[in-house]
Design a protein around this ligand. Structure first.
Ligand SMILES: Cc1cc2nc3c(=O)[nH]c(=O)nc-3n(C[C@H](O)[C@H](O)[C@H](O)COP(=O)(O)O)c2cc1C
Length: 222
């Protein structure tokens, strides 16, 4: 029988590139280099984000690129407040460990990018969003992941900071009512990408075994 070659498969190098980006992507919070990110490079990453899938092709995202140090200092102040608040969730050695983590690189990275979601972007009726309105946020997360992976391929580190007061962030960035900040990202070149998540390295949490997460037909069937 004639074996058919699937013409859509990437060649080996291209395929490896995709997996390399996925497996070596890391959340970066420290050791950012001060080197600026050239405008064309930033546009390339934002364009990768802009090519994510979105519900009803809604494209609900926008990108607020922040290099203003005064704004970043205010974001950092929000982080400090929220970080203290979060530390109250832990006790004893766990609290000590939590407090030892560096969980943002807001001032050290050369730029911050806030990826937002506009729930009104494509009008009242969006194909695919009628039953699950949160699909606008899901779509924005797809754009964020594209940005993160493209940045990794370009040797650029990205750190997601969610220890922030979103209401304050919205005010600081003058976001309109319908626009919500989804990801606040610290972006910059780095010398090093760890081979493991920093939280795994520090013994906070391990990667779960994949088999535990797969169910056959119904939850619990292995
Ligand atoms: C939605 C989201 C929010 C996150 N918020 C923070 C954060 O506030 N501070 C931080 O240091 N890392 C944050 N992270 C990064 C995670 O800690 C990191 O993705 C996880 O530990 C796995 O590590 P890896 O991204 O290097 O694989 C966030 C990641 C996601 C996806």
């Amino acid at each position: 029988m004639e074996t058919k070659v699937n013409p859509h498969i990437f060649n080996a190098d291209k395929k490896q590139g995709v997996y390399d980006a996925i497996y070596s992507r890391r959340d970066i919070r420290k050791e950012f280099l001060p080197d600026p990110i050239p405008q064309e490079m930033l546009l390339k990453l934002l364009d990768a984000a802009h090519h994510a899938g979105s519900v009803g092709f809604m494209q609900p995202w926008s990108f607020v690129v922040i290099d203003d140090l005064d704004i970043r200092k205010e974001v950092k102040a929000s982080f400090e407040t929220e970080h203290l608040r979060a530390a109250q969730n832990y006790e004893g050695s766990q609290k000590e460990l939590y407090e030892s983590f560096k969980l943002e690189g807001i001032l050290e990275s050369p730029i911050n990018v806030c990826i937002t979601c506009d729930s009104t972007r494509a009008g009242k009726h969006v194909i695919g969003r009628n039953s699950i309105p949160e699909t606008d946020v899901y779509s924005t997360c797809c754009a964020i992941q594209n940005f993160w992976l493209a940045a990794r391929a370009e040797g650029i580190g990205v750190g997601w900071v969610s220890i922030l007061d979103n209401t304050k962030l919205k005010q600081l960035l003058h976001l309109p009512d319908s626009v919500t900040p989804i990801a606040y990202l610290c972006v910059g070149y780095v010398n090093h990408f760890s081979d493991q998540p920093l939280l795994e390295k520090a013994g906070w949490r391990k990667r779960l075994p994949l088999e535990e997460l797969i169910h056959r037909n119904k939850w619990g069937n292995k």
